[in-house]
Write a protein that binds this ligand. Structure first.
Ligand code: F6P
Length: 323
């Protein structure tokens, strides 16, 4: 094998640049040519790729986002798009591809692999919902950003004896919300995995007010059945008895931006380097992730067909701690 490609796909995550850097430099060190593919699968279909050298990935490990750009590509999900992507790879002589991304991106990698094309995935998404990696690139940084916001909101909430609904990302997974709630000392958390009754939450806040709490923080996952908007509406109708005045803050894409922390710089470097090792040893059709602290492979068919479960004992713990 002489030439490989690397792309970032789906929602960007702080640390993606560290993974690109590791793939390029470790690949070059192993005698491979490394092509960067721009704008994820959309750019792949359009043939947007060029060779990357050591200097092209200099000064990026501390930068958020991805120097290659990213995209969500509905076209790649079609047979025509997939065939065109394969044609472009063959035309440029790219013999294997490293795909850095989350669930959708790894399903795309699996589609290429099913066509017989050699791929290796790298686990990267702030949602931490990807089977095959205990933690994925971007999670730690996104969590720290959410925590910083929660800490700040708490101080202003206390001054005014207010309740804040803080909505965090995570798609259909409550990991970010639950961890932010525990680490941020929130009064309640709503996640997609557990159906919470909004009336119960109202009751808990009322109790907290009566017990003399100066503030109440409720972390809401964007994918929760009662999302922040619905919950705020519900709270309004109970305003007279709630005690706390209410405000809503949606963190949104703030969690995806900015510089990766030390953990994500190291994780992305290890996983990028691990992906190159897999290419060199001919181990394809796998996701490179972190399991029990070690860089490990999981077959892409298993990744694509298995849901990563959230540890719900931590949800129970969050409730016990919110006293
Ligand atoms: O998958 C990462 C993520 O940030 C999710 O948490 C969120 O639901 C989604 O991407 C947002 O997607 P977009 O950036 O396309 O709006």
């Amino acid at each position: 094998m002489k030439r490989i490609g690397v792309l970032t796909s789906g929602g960007d995550a702080p640390g993606m640049n560290g993974a690109i850097r590791a793939v390029v430099r470790c690949g070059l060190a192993r005698g491979l040519e490394v092509y960067g593919v721009y704008r994820g699968y959309a750019g792949l279909i359009a043939g947007e790729m060029s060779p990357l050298g050591d200097r092209d990935v200099g000064g990026i490990i501390h930068r958020g986002g991805t120097i290659l750009g990213s995209a969500r590509s509905p076209e790649f999900e079609t047979e025509k798009g997939l065939e065109e992507a394969l044609r472009q790879l063959n035309r440029k002589g790219v013999e294997a591809l490293v795909v850095i991304g989350g669930n959708g991106s790894q399903s795309g990698a699996y589609a290429l692999w099913r066509k017989g094309y050699p791929v290796v995935g790298v686990a990267s998404t702030i949602d931490n919902d990807l089977y095959g990696s205990d933690i994925t690139i971007g999670v730690d940084t996104a969590l720290n950003i959410a925590l910083e916001a929660i800490d700040r909101l708490k101080t202003t909430a206390s001054s005014h004896q207010r309740a804040f609904l803080v909505e965090v990302m995570g798609r259909k997974c409550g990991y970010l919300a639950l961890m932010a709630a525990i680490a941020g000392g929130a009064e309640a958390v709503l996640i997609p995995e557990i159906d919470a009754d909004p009336d119960t939450v109202v009751g808990e806040l009322r109790d907290a007010y009566v017990r003399g709490k100066a503030h109440a923080l409720i972390v809401v996952a964007e994918g929760a059945e009662s999302n922040a908007v619905k919950l705020a509406q519900h709270f309004k109708t109970h305003r007279a008895t709630l005690g706390f005045d209410l405000r809503v803050t949606t963190l949104g894409h703030v969690q995806r931006g900015g510089a990766p922390g030390a953990f994500d710089r190291l994780l992305s470097t290890r996983l990028g380097a691990g992906a190159v090792e897999r290419v060199v040893s001919g181990e394809f059709g796998v996701l490179t992730g972190l399991r029990k602290g070690e860089v490990a492979s999981t077959p892409l068919d298993v990744v694509a067909s298995t849901k990563k479960e959230l540890d719900l004992t931590l949800y129970e713990l969050s409730r016990v701690l919110a006293r």
